[in-house]
Design a protein around this ligand. Structure first.
Ligand code: ADP
Ligand code: MG
Length: 305
């Protein structure tokens, strides 16, 4: 299968679909704050909220004045008409509960799963430019919204909460993704991000080692640690880079953004100092951690956020 088709939007601009059929595993959090970290570097980032729950939209303090992503998918508005500036320099294509109706209407459309890709293509042809597009998906991995995300994307970012049954959940998610890829005749490149990592639990450290064994290079070195700041951010309507640029969550997302940039630049690899050393997670007895005063970006530490 081709990684992605020539001449499509995703062949020109990296498009990441944040997926996992498990709700609450950190998809929206990762999408919003990675968007913020890329935007903080001066990158032009489009964040598309593809979830009728609209958590990314609300978490950036945006109330969806119409038009929204629903109108874009229905062909009633251009993407350029529906996008709005969001905090932290992000451009947002907002969602709303009405997006759920697209699932029902899609039965009457020809190739409803191609609508988002087409809207991105049209915007590109009209001169609208982004450096990265991030698609925050709903947990319904087998639905038409996720199919739109996968059809439009160059990469799927499987978000894995480093908690109980995560590996089984990830493998299950891959099965669903494979089925969609089979149906669409195309498979975006897979990448995996571990989230909600708590180094103090032996279980989380073991799981990270298991994820690395299963996914190898597809697993990002950066792991997003649990952080109070990330819990607070949606209520404050800001990406963490704006909220508290010095906190550990901001460091984690800056490190993930760095890896994304490296991924998109052929031939550019991270220097050893930028890489997370897996030995960090290898099994030592769960100890009352020595809290290092400064931990390198992206490396788990026991510091309170
Ligand atoms: N790294 C993290 N540290 C602390 N809380 C987190 C972290 N990632 C996500 N959360 C919290 O977990 C909950 C679910 O996260 P969310 O990103 O909405 O998941 P999903 O989009 O997969 O449903 C939210 O309350 C969010 O604030
Ligand atoms: Mg979500």
């Amino acid at each position: 299968m081709e990684p992605f088709m020539e001449e499509t939007y995703a062949a020109r601009v990296p498009v990441y679909a944040f997926v996992n059929q498990k709700g609450g595993c950190g998809k929206t959090t990762t999408a919003v704050h990675l968007a913020g970290a890329l935007a903080a570097r001066g990158e032009r980032v489009l964040l598309v909220d593809l979830d009728p729950q609209a958590h990314a939209t609300m978490g950036l303090g945006c109330s969806p004045d119409r038009p929204t992503v629903t109108d874009v998918l229905l062909g009633d508005a251009l993407l350029s008409e529906a996008v709005a500036p969001a905090p932290g320099g992000i451009t947002l294509l907002p969602s709303e509960p009405r997006l759920a109706e697209f699932e029902e209407i899609s039965g009457r459309l020809i190739h409803p799963e191609r609508r988002l890709a087409r809207a991105l293509d049209e915007a590109y042809s009209a001169g609208v430019r982004f450096d990265h597009v991030l698609l925050d998906c709903s947990p319904r991995a087998d639905g038409v919204l996720c199919a739109n995300a996968l059809y439009a994307s160059s990469h799927t970012l499987l978000i894995v909460e480093t908690g109980a049954f995560a590996l089984q959940g990830a493998i299950q998610a891959l099965k669903v993704l494979d089925e969609v890829a089979e149906n669409q005749g195309r498979a975006p490149a897979l990448r995996v991000v571990g989230t909600m990592f708590d180094r103090r639990t032996r279980f989380a450290r073991e799981l990270l080692v298991a994820l690395h064994a299963r996914f190898g290079e597809a697993l990002f070195d950066t792991v997003i640690r649990t952080s109070v700041r990330l819990r607070e951010a949606p209520a404050l309507g800001l990406p963490v880079q704006e909220l508290d640029p010095k906190c550990r969550a901001a460091a984690d997302f800056a490190a993930l953004a760095e890896e994304i940039m490296a991924l998109e630049t052929p031939g550019r690899t991270l220097s050893p100092s930028e890489r997370t050393d897996l030995k960090e997670y290898e099994l030592r007895p769960p100890s009352p951690e020595r809290a290092p005063s400064a931990s390198p970006a992206g490396r788990p530490s026991a510091q309170p956020s």
